[in-house]
Design a protein around this ligand. Structure first.
Ligand SMILES: Cc1cc2nc3c(=O)[nH]c(=O)nc-3n(C[C@H](O)[C@H](O)[C@H](O)COP(=O)(O)O)c2cc1C
Length: 514
């Protein structure tokens, strides 16, 4: 068992920190001629087109982001339209833009560098409109491709040590990460991006599942080799990251696990040549779970995170009253979302808008690694520049009390510019939300797998913040950061915590008519 040896996660984390020094001394450049393909293509498998004009859910976005999931006691089986909606609004193409070297196909969820290294696969029983099988989803032609015929859900139930959400689900989606598609630009830091980019996609997937009346749960406890074998992945290039069970059947129809022989399916090469980053393969290997017994043991451990009494003045958060909440549907919000490229420095948001974002995003993700429900691995620290009702300053979000605790008061725009990799976006936003985590404690409890969990949770909460901001017609963008400078900035409060994620929220600068 490699998972308990947590030096591996520390080695990866420390080895991929950004600092002023590391950025300035990195000779890496973008080799445009060797740019990876944005899609995985199986040239010899017939596409099964998914319906494109699926009816809108009509459900208000804010209520889907954070409301309790539909009960998983009653039967809820997705049909092909539900599945098409969930896949499209998680990983589908929502916009495209020309650039000198070609075309960028922007997708439903934010993704570092618009490189879209997360692939989705479907492991399904017979559904209305879809035969049982293992499929790959290709957003380019909005189709599924059948990789294995038959019901392989028993294999996933075994791989997850009979996690009930998976065992009772009519369909489970497997999310994978393709190293080179993102490492082309970000090198070994891509393993962090796997968590972030998978997480933003999960935020959409959970919201759209909820809007479709289907329970969904993120499952991170699984035997890696079994999931990878089911998809026949070349694991030096692509690996399973998490599973998402969708729907529920009260009377189990679970088949026994079946032989998953090698498929040898041809795929179009990603690029002329791929560079392998051993640090990521080591991190992945060290965080892999090797048997169903190890999975069951891993899932059984509960995490108790320390909480201290507030030392600074607190401001009570108050989300918008129900009747004043925007009613735009989740479909509309996802189609409208796009990372803000320039914030209006003179704009402000209200305390109610910020409260709504924080509240929606932190009500607890349905995930097997967040037990008891409501557990959260990441702590949120804020730099407030321009929020009506709040003095500019640095704050800690006390989720248990729904307050912001003031850590230090003054304007910190210059510091935000510096912490956010010397970018203008965090300086011009109204508020920057930094995610920091007590990595020591998380790794001690969950081993190296805890590292995957904390990055994935950060991405999913960040993704929910994107949605909650856009639902209120605000703007937002994920950002990267100088790791240790972030911890130092929020210390002594954040002493011993590690920086995980950054999201800036504000109002997009409206372009003046020419
Ligand atoms: C975790 C994360 C980090 C990001 N970091 C940066 C960043 O440092 N600078 C930046 O300009 N955009 C950043 N982005 C925004 C992406 O470039 C953007 O999501 C991508 O181009 C796709 O565009 P869209 O979000 O408009 O769909 C980040 C996005 C995410 C999800």
């Amino acid at each position: 068992m490699k998972n308990p040896d947590i030096q591996a996660a520390w080695k990866y984390h420390d080895g991929t920190k950004h600092s002023c020094w590391s950025i300035r001394n990195n000779p890496h450049f973008l080799d445009w001629a060797n740019r990876p393909q944005p899609f995985k293509i199986y040239p010899n498998i017939e596409p099964l087109p998914l319906p494109r004009d699926v009816p809108q859910t009509g459900v208000a976005a804010l209520s889907t982001i954070a409301e309790p999931l539909p009960s998983s006691r009653a039967d809820s089986v997705p049909d092909l339209q539900d599945l098409a909606r969930i896949l499209h609004f998680s990983a589908g193409i929502t916009r495209q833009r020309k650039y000198p070297g070609g075309e960028i196909y922007f997708r439903a969820a934010a993704c570092t560098g618009a490189l879209y290294e997360i692939e989705l696969y479907v492991v399904s029983s017979d559904l209305p409109g879809l035969d049982k099988g293992v499929y790959h989803f290709n957003p380019a032609d909005v189709s599924l491709r059948l990789l294995r015929k038959g019901d392989f859900r028993g294999n996933l139930a075994h791989a997850t040590a009979m996690e009930p959400a998976v065992a009772d689900a009519p369909v489970t989606i497997i999310c994978t990460g393709t190293y080179w598609r993102n490492a082309w630009k970000y090198q070994a830091r891509t393993y962090r991006h796997f968590g972030w980019d998978n997480g933003t996609l999960l935020a959409n997937m959970l919201a759209v599942s909820a809007a479709s009346g289907l329970p969904a749960k993120i499952v991170l406890g699984f035997v890696d080799a079994e999931a990878n074998r089911l998809l026949d992945l070349d694991t030096r290039r692509e690996v399973s990251l998490c599973l998402v069970s969708v729907g529920h059947r009260s009377v189990s129809s679970l088949p026994i696990p079946r032989e998953a022989s090698a498929l040898g399916l041809e795929t179009i090469p990603l690029a002329q040549r791929e560079v392998e980053y051993p640090a990521m393969l080591e991190m992945h290997g060290a965080s892999s779970l090797e048997s169903a017994e190890e999975v069951a043991h891993w899932r059984g451990k509960q995490l108790v995170l320390a909480s201290s009494a507030p030392a600074g003045a607190e401001v009570q958060l108050q989300r918008l009253p129900e009747e004043e909440q925007p009613k735009d549907t989740i479909d509309q919000v996802i189609l409208r979302r796009g990372s803000t490229r320039v914030f209006d420095k003179s704009a402000s948001v209200t305390l109610a808008q910020l409260s709504t974002v924080l509240d929606c995003a932190t009500r607890g993700l349905p995930a097997d690694f967040l037990e008891p429900p409501g557990t959260q691995l990441n702590d949120l620290y804020l730099i407030v520049h321009s929020v009506q009702g709040l003095s500019p300053g640095a704050y800690f979000f006390r989720r248990d009390r729904n307050t912001l605790e003031l850590l230090k008061a003054r304007e910190f725009r210059a510091e935000a510019y510096q912490l956010g990799l010397e970018q203008q976006l965090p300086a011009d936003a109204c508020v920057d939300v930094f995610f920091l985590a007590d990595l020591n404690r998380i790794l001690e409890r969950s081993g190296n797998r805890g590292y995957r969990a904390v990055q994935l949770e950060a991405g999913a909460i960040g993704g929910r913040m994107y949605l909650a901001a856009y639902a209120q017609r605000l703007g937002a963008t994920g950002l990267t950061f100088f790791d240790d400078d972030v911890t130092n900035f929020f210390s002594p409060h954040a002493k011993d915590k590690s920086a995980m994620f950054l999201l800036a929220i504000g109002k997009p600068l409206k372009r003046r008519p020419q």
